[in-house]
Write a new protein. Structure first.
Length: 71
């Protein structure tokens, strides 16, 4: 199942830092791009739908590191 999550940040700089960290992220294979504005990032990845989605949890933690939140 293809999963998409959008995160909003307080500034374009923080959004880009989050985006750049995802380019070298070792947790999961994700695709990320700026979305709607320079302060938003859309992340997509494949989830098998079984059990707990650890990728989503790790993404939320990483976004919080840059003062971002899921929208």
């Amino acid at each position: 199942m293809q999963t998409e999550i959008c995160y909003c940040f307080n500034s374009a700089i923080l959004a880009n830092r989050f985006l750049n960290e995802l380019k070298h992220w070792s947790v999961a294979d994700v695709k990320a791009k700026l979305f709607n504005s320079s302060e938003s990032v859309k992340v997509s990845y494949e989830f098998d739908g079984k059990g707990f989605d650890y990728t989503c949890s790790e993404l939320d933690d990483l976004a919080r590191k840059y003062d971002g939140e899921e929208v």
